[in-house]
Design a binder for this molecule. Structure first.
Ligand SMILES: CC(C)(COP(=O)(O)OP(=O)(O)OC[C@H]1O[C@@H](n2cnc3c(N)ncnc32)[C@H](O)[C@@H]1OP(=O)(O)O)[C@@H](O)C(=O)NCCC(=O)NCCS
Length: 135
């Protein structure tokens, strides 16, 4: 399986529909996309967005894998690939948030060096956990 940078927003939207069937796609012109490929078959995606208000930081937006691609360590690779891109492009920190019951995500974020924090502005609401990593 390979995690590759992509400009194919339509493919990301298609994968997003399959992995987040109840959620709207968070469209932004500054989104950066990656697709996970199993040979020639797309099985997942992830998104990063540089933050407008904090020029040093990126936001790790959605990551989703089709069922058959889960449990193989791909989420961790999707975190790593985005952190590598952020560092290479001069950013010094990465932020994200997770649902409180998303054990896979917070396990993977912790292993990638993220720590919990409590931002002044709880931009996703009180029911989420907020994560930060500085490089
Ligand atoms: C979230 C998602 C990307 C995780 O993908 P994944 O790579 O298959 O993750 P895994 O199932 O391998 O789990 C990752 C880790 O969490 C651990 N984990 C799983 N369930 C756990 C639990 N209940 N408690 C503690 N740890 C748990 C696993 O052991 C694994 O760690 P390990 O590799 O050290 O063994 C995938 O489940 C998905 O696409 N879900 C739907 C979309 C979504 O919710 N995305 C996240 C929000 S953006």
């Amino acid at each position: 399986m390979k995690v590759k940078k992509s400009d194919d927003k339509n493919l990301v939207i298609e994968l997003h529909k399959k992995t987040f069937p109840c959620d709207e796609f968070d469209d932004s012109p500054s989104n950066e996309y990656w697709i996970v490929w199993n040979g020639k078959t797309p099985v997942g995606f992830c998104i990063l967005r540089p933050l407008k208000l904090d020029k040093d930081s990126v936001f790790l937006s959605r990551a989703g894998l089709l069922y058959e691609a889960r449990g193989k360590g791909l989420h961790r690779r999707m975190i790593t690939v985005r952190l590598r891109w952020a560092k290479k492009n001069g950013y010094t920190s990465a932020l994200t948030y997770t649902a409180r019951d998303n054990a896979q995500s917070f396990s993977n974020l912790q292993k990638a060096g993220f720590r919990l924090y409590w931002p002044e502005n709880l931009y996703a609401g009180k029911n989420f956990l907020y994560w930060i990593k500085t490089f």
